[in-house]
Structures are given as C-alpha cells and as structure tokens.
Design a protein around this ligand. Structure first.
Ligand SMILES: Nc1ncnc2c1ncn2[C@@H]1O[C@H](COP(=O)(O)OP(=O)(O)OP(=O)(O)O)[C@@H](O)[C@H]1O
Ligand SMILES: [Mg+2]
Length: 280
C-alpha cells in the first residue's frame, strides 16, 4: 500500500541530481531525463495514445495541456512505471521504465485515494521518510518544514477525512516533496485549491524543484498555469492522444505572479495556445 501510494518500491539507484540552484535547468547536454520513443497505448481496440515521441531534459519543468480524455493521466502513469506502453518504450536516464521507483514521485489527480485514512497529516508525510529510511530523529524537523511550506502546520494531527479537498491535496504534495525525487509527476495538482493558495504553491513547487534540480512533468487544464510554471509546454490533442505542438516558454526565472503574467511573451503564448486548443 505504502509503495503504491509513493509510486515506488525500489531503492535509489541513480546519483543525486547534478544541477544546482544556479545551473541552467534546461541544459540540452547529456542524456535526457525522460525519453518517449514511439509510444502508443491501446485500451482494447481503442488507441488512446498514438506514436508519441518527446524528451524531457534533466531539471526541466515540462507542462502538458490538452482536452479531457486526451491521455494525460495515462501518460503520467507510463512515466511513473505504473503501466507499460502497448508499443514503444519509455526511458528514465536511458533505462527502460518497467516498474515504479522512489526516484519518480507522483501527485495523483484523485487526491481522495492518495492518503492513508488511518494516518494523520504528519503520519502521511512521514511515509516518505520511512520508505527512504530517514532516521526517526531527523524526521520531525523535516515534517515541520514541509507543513509550513504547504500551509498545513495547524492541521498536522488531523486525519484525511477531517480535511478539505485542497488540504488533502497539499498533504499529498508535501509527501512527494519529502521523497526528494529526481522526477516529480504532477497530475492537475492545484485544481482543488483557492486562487491564493494555488499561486503560493505554484511558486513553492518551482522554487523547491529548481533548488534540488528536480525534473517535473506537470499536467494542467489551465493554460496560464502551464506558461507560468513551464520551461516548455506540450499541447496534446485527443482521439487519439498526440502532440499538437511544443512551445519553449523562454521567460527567465525567478518569475512573478504579477509581472510575468503581464509580460508580452506570456500573453503571446497564451493567445497562441488558446487558439491551438480551441481548434481541437
Ligand atoms: N484502464 C482503462 N481502460 C480503458 N480505458 C481507459 C483506461 N484508462 C483510461 N482510459 C481511457 O483513456 C482515455 C484517456 O484517459 P486519461 O485518464 O489518460 O485522460 P486525461 O487526459 O487524463 O483526462 P482528464 O483531463 O479528464 O483527466 C479516456 O478516454 C479514458 O476513458
Ligand atoms: Mg487525467
């Protein structure tokens, strides 16, 4: 159960991320963090993902947008190792993904099923430290820090059924951050949050993942969120799921909720992506 919740059961086999906070996270040199090599997924006779090819650079923040049912969650499940493609191959630092790993954390779209109901907020976050073998004496301070980051300090001893949807989602995010993964897979993680909490967590996730050189694949329906967070945005079309376009955002970090969203490049991307999705 714990392993499934954390989407991982293997011990760490890759070295720690090489990129520092100041390094260019979108470096094009060396092996890709993720490679999708002619990947297709069929459910019965229906092709849900059709011959998809793309790479994700180490430390890159990649956003995926697309209409409901175009295969975004299916894609994330492939990247997590929770399923394998019908044809083609998915690779993580050059190695075929065939099962979950603690190095690849997933924030599930369905947060209601992502927490252990018999554990408190801090107990659910502690799962990650238990799986990683972090000594008990070191856990408390780390949990406190994550509770603060996600605005949950006041709820540390509550159980999941005593939390709002947005709070449950924040527990799941805290647990994934605790895992210090090389890859964060996030499936519409901020959908249940109010606007202010959402903006705060957007900035925290970017800050923390950049500091640790974490590669992120982030799914959202919200075009502005995708442009604000992403180094690159991949736009997917449906029936079957396929890539319509890839857009390099090209706006440097740190970004600001006010000024970045008013940047002419931001507005141009928004206009362009909106037009692309409207036509599909
Ligand atoms: N296990 C499954 N068996 C059969 N069909 C499935 C299965 N999982 C997903 N599908 C179908 O595959 C398609 C893509 O589903 P997926 O959940 O990946 O879409 P999505 O892009 O994440 O949608 P949303 O934005 O609504 O979350 C859908 O038509 C869905 O009904
Ligand atoms: Mg989905």
């Amino acid at each position: 159960m714990t392993e499934l919740l954390l989407a991982g059961s293997k011990t760490m086999s890759h070295p720690a991320p090489l990129l520092s906070a100041t390094a260019n996270p979108a470096s094009k040199s060396g092996v890709a963090a993720l490679t999708l090599d002619r990947v297709s997924v069929d459910f019965g006779k229906r092709t849900v993902i059709s011959t998809m090819d793309f790479e994700v650079r180490p430390g890159e923040f990649l956003c995926l947008v697309g209409p409901s049912g175009c295969g975004k969650t299916t894609l994330l499940r492939l990247l997590a190792g929770l399923m394998t493609p019908t044809t083609g191959e998915v690779r993580f630092y050059g190695e075929r993904i065939s099962e979950p790993s603690l190095e690849r954390a997933i924030v599930f779209q369905d947060y209601g099923r992502a927490l252990l109901p018999w554990r408190t907020v801090s107990g659910n976050i502690a799962l990650a430290f238990e799986a990683l073998g972090v000594p008990v004496a070191q856990r408390e301070a780390k949990i406190e820090e994550l509770l603060k980051t996600t605005g949950l300090s006041h709820a540390r001893d509550r159980f999941p059924n005593q939390l709002s949807g947005g709070m449950q989602q924040r527990v799941q995010i805290a647990r994934c951050l605790a895992q210090r993964p090389k890859l964060m897979l996030m499936d519409e993680p901020f959908g249940a949050l109010d606007a202010i909490t959402r903006q705060h967590l957007q900035d925290e996730v970017v800050k923390l993942t950049r500091e640790h050189g974490t590669t992120v694949v982030f799914i959202t329906h919200d075009l502005e969120e995708a442009i604000y967070l992403g180094d690159r945005v991949i736009v997917l079309g449906a029936n079957p799921g396929r890539i319509l376009e890839e857009v390099e955002v090209g706006i440097c970090h740190p970004r600001s909720q006010l000024t970045t969203r008013e940047d002419p490049r931001f507005l141009a991307h928004r206009h362009h992506l909106h037009g692309l999705l409207e036509g599909h």
